[in-house]
Design a protein around this ligand. Sequence first.
Ligand SMILES: [Zn+2]
Length: 75
Amino acid sequence: MISMRMCKICRKRSPKNELLRFIIKDNVVSFDKSQKAQARGTYICEDCLPLVSKRKVFKNCDIKQITEMTVKVEY
Ligand SMILES: [Zn+2]
């Protein structure tokens, strides 16, 4: 059974494995590919990825870093 998680931006609920999990540690955002990192996670759906910077989802964090991760996620 797969648990459902809500996208932080559009608030649509999807199975956890269809969302991208990001964690914040010491004000640095990282993409949690395994979805198992021990930290507070934020889930974003693929459709909303381009909006992450604009919506200031990770307002205290390095936006450039997120953009680089986004590229990694897509390719
Ligand atoms: Zn979304």
